[in-house]
Design a protein around this ligand. Structure first.
Ligand code: UD1
Ligand code: CA
Length: 453
């Protein structure tokens, strides 16, 4: 295959976003717009990916990281042709250049491969679309069958304005022509900009073929210029993702009420109720049930586990047949084995819980290792922090911790111990004994309540 260079144009100001954040850093499905385009470009295994940036360049470069990216500054911004001209020194002499836009995030690999195929014989190739309302777009002018030019809205004649086939902006140009044509672009047009689109008339003049293909889906070519368009595209993305999951057999109570900001990988007979958010990479094994209003970020959930409503789980592994929530908070570094129960208002952080152990109500478990078949009573707190350092708590197999216990770390509760309710445990406990630390209960005969004076 011939060399492939990709240039992503991303220097536009994006004033209509009404935001201090550069446009291409706004998030779609949890990822900057520009990142979507870069990821797709990477799938083409391009020899080179150049990004033409302008507005908010520092912020863009700090957010978008990759050794494979070549950053090219365009200052001032004099149009799409001028933008590509800035990247010219980085382009190979032969092979092809594919132009993408940083604010058109959803163009698919399939569509780009189709366009590449059309450009195979050193043709120019344009991705065009038929729009019911072509207002604002460059129009594709054809004579008989072949393309003769692209005319911008502001430069078009009344006749040309009636054309419904538009330029999406995505195009491929053979490098050997591009090097010759780019410096020849002029800006004598309505916007006094250097239009990249003028290259097409040059191609036609020199007898270079201009091929065209159309995208699989129209939304692939939708750009983001405003928060409204961003929200619209987000919905399209989520609907597509939800439909993909349904096709795989995942049960979604309402496909319009799920948000996936990353990757969601599901086994068979997974059911997801409404308003759940999945971020990063989430894996749900067979028969996992995620009930309403849960958020899972970088989580692995093993088979048969139920996550009850309003649970928040981050950077954690949940074993088989566990019962989590409602209202559970599981924080990074947590690993739960099979058949663990973590109930309402229980927070678990950086802890391991072995098979069959339960903490069902109102607890904080941090930096703790819990053995098998342990019962953590309601209101138990591991005191893992002395204000400066964190310490570990170890609770061995078959321990029963009575309600409202504080375990002051570092501390070890040995195998089979029972801790009396309301204890503050500061020292290691012996195996199989009852340990408690509690003032003795006493009653004062004849004591009277105070009376208001
Ligand atoms: C461009 C096309 C038009 C097409 C439309 C599709 C030209 C002259 N026109 O028009 O035919 O229908 O896109 O959306 O190419 N950019 C730079 N530097 C600049 C100007 C733009 O990097 O100096 C970048 C923008 O950040 C954006 C892209 O190029 O990613 C397109 O710019 P935009 O101003 O939106 O182009 P349009 O005038 O809409
Ligand atoms: Ca535009």
């Amino acid at each position: 295959m011939s060399k492939l260079n990709v240039v992503i144009l991303a220097a536009g100001a994006g004033t209509r976003m009404r935001s201090s954040l550069p446009k291409v850093l706004h998030l779609l499905a949890g990822k900057p717009l520009l990142m979507h385009v870069i990821n797709t470009a990477r799938l083409l295994s391009a020899d080179r990916i150049c990004i033409v940036y302008g507005h908010g360049g520092d912020a863009v470069q700090q957010t978008i990281i990759g050794d494979d990216l070549i950053w090219v500054k365009q200052e001032p911004q004099l149009g799409t042709g001028h933008a590509l001209l800035q990247a010219k020194p980085h382009l190979d002499q032969d092979g092809l250049t594919l132009v993408l836009y940083g604010d058109v995030p959803l163009v698919s690999l399939k569509t780009l491969n189709k366009l590449l195929l059309a450009a195979e014989q050193e043709y120019c190739a344009l991705l065009t679309a038929q729009l019911e309302n072509p207002l604002g777009y460059g129009r594709i002018v054809r004579n008989s069958k072949s393309i003769s030019a692209i005319v911008e809205q502001k430069d078009a004649s009344a006749e040309q304005l009636k054309i419904h086939e538009i330029n999406t902006g995505v195009m491929i140009i053979p490098n050997r022509y591009l090097h010759a044509w780019l410096p020849k672009l002029e800006n004598n047009n309505a916007q006094q900009e250097y239009y990249l689109t003028d290259i097409i008339a040059m191609a036609v003049e020199q007898g270079v073929n201009v091929a065209s293909t159309q995208p699989q889906n129209l939304w692939e070519t939708m750009g983001v210029n405003s928060k409204r368009q961003l929200a619209e595209l987000e919905r399209i993305y989520q609907t597509e993702y939800a439909n993909k999951l349904l096709d795989q057999g995942v049960g979604l109570t309402d496909p319009s009420r799920i948000d996936i900001r990353g990757e969601l990988i599901c086994g068979t007979d997974v059911d997801i109720d409404v308003n759940c958010i999945f971020e990063g990479v989430v894996r749900l094994a067979d028969n996992v049930k995620i009930q309403g209003h849960c958020t899972l970020r970088n989580v692995i959930v093993s088979a048969g586990t139920v996550i009850a409503p309003y649970s928040l789980i981050e950077d954690a592994e949940i074993g088989e047949s566990c019962k989590i929530g409602p209202y559970a908070r599981i924080r990074p570094g947590t690993k739960l084995s099979a058949k663990v129960h973590i109930g309402n208002f229980v927070e678990v952080k950086n802890s391991q819980v072995a098979t069959g152990s339960k903490a069902n109500h109102l607890s904080y478990i941090g930096d703790t290792i819990i053995g098998e078949h342990v019962n953590i009573g309601a209101g138990t707190i591991t005191c893992n922090y002395d204000g400066a350092n964190k310490y570990q708590t170890i609770i061995e197999d078959d321990v029963f911790v009575g309600s409202d216990t504080q375990l002051v770390a570092p501390v070890r509760v040995a195998k089979g111990s029972t801790i009396g309710a309301g204890s503050t445990i500061t020292k290691d406990t012996p195996e199989n004994e009852l340990t408690l630390s509690r003032a003795k209960q006493l009653s004062i005969p004849g004591w009277k309540r105070p009376i208001k004076q």
